[in-house]
Design a protein around this ligand. Structure first.
Ligand SMILES: C[S@@+](CC[C@H](N)C(=O)[O-])C[C@H]1O[C@@H](n2cnc3c(N)ncnc32)[C@H](O)[C@@H]1O
Length: 226
């Protein structure tokens, strides 16, 4: 049965207002590791200058990319998340748009980037086809790794009705992402980037960007076009 009352958290102004505070709290260290992984991936693509960050939310990573010297545009489906993004970076370029239908001409950016948002996009093949249309050089993504304890915990919480943030989310593994990319890019000339996982639980006593497909809660992957 469809719940007509359901409004995803990212359309709720009171949640959008406090969203950035998560990065200052317990996710501060994870944030550093996630940025290291995203930079590691972007650096595998030659001469990246212009980046479109799809699902940019409050612009946390958009501002970071700007601070690294990239020309960046943020796009997001949620006007309330973008409202905060514009307050935090008044000169930033932000566009209200859906990942599946981007309002940009073909090959407008070097790279299309996604951070922690593919989970909310049910039709990944359509999303990646749209990224391929607007990107000249490649696609980069960081997402919650399905094969990790924090994600498994979230799946259980959702099943118990205890986590409203992920009740409309899907969690992907490296294998699923590869399959979706192959489907989306069929007939195109591309190669996969060198993937890594980051943000391993402390009990694992490992840190950094590791080529282990399970354990790390943040999976970084992408493609570059030939
Ligand atoms: C967890 S937030 C991530 C925001 C930002 N990337 C970050 O990591 O701080 C997920 C974002 O995806 C956006 N989103 C969900 N579905 C989308 C879609 N189909 N097209 C564009 N943005 C979408 C939401 O509005 C939300 O801002």
């Amino acid at each position: 049965m469809v719940n007509k009352e359901f409004t995803p958290w990212y359309f709720q102004p009171e949640i959008a207002k406090v969203y950035e505070s998560f990065y200052e709290g317990k996710y501060k260290d994870a944030d550093i590791q996630e940025k290291n992984l995203l930079k590691f991936l972007i650096d595998q693509i030659d001469d990246v200058n212009e980046i479109l960050e799809v699902g940019c939310g409050t612009g946390h990573f958009t501002r970071w990319l700007n601070s690294l010297g990239y020309n960046v545009v943020g796009a997001d489906i949620s006007p309330v998340m973008l409202g905060v993004a514009k307050e935090l970076w008044t000169d930033g370029k932000f566009v209200n748009a859906k990942a599946e239908f981007l309002p940009f001409k073909d090959k407008s950016f070097d790279v299309v980037l996604y951070v922690a948002c593919l989970e909310y996009m049910p039709d990944l093949v359509k999303v990646f086809q749209e990224a391929e249309r607007v990107a000249r050089k490649g696609i980069v993504m960081g997402l919650m790794n399905k094969w990790s304890l924090p994600t498994i915990r979230r799946i259980i919480q959702v099943k118990l009705g205890k986590n409203p943030y992920y009740c409309n989310a899907r969690f992907y593994s490296l294998l699923t992402i590869k399959r979706k990319l192959r489907q989306a890019l069929e007939g195109k000339n591309y190669e996969f980037l060198d993937w890594r996982c980051a943000v391993f639980p402390r009990v694992f006593r490992v840190r950094g960007l590791l080529k282990i497909p399970f354990g790390g809660s943040f999976l970084g992957f992408g493609v570059k076009f030939k």
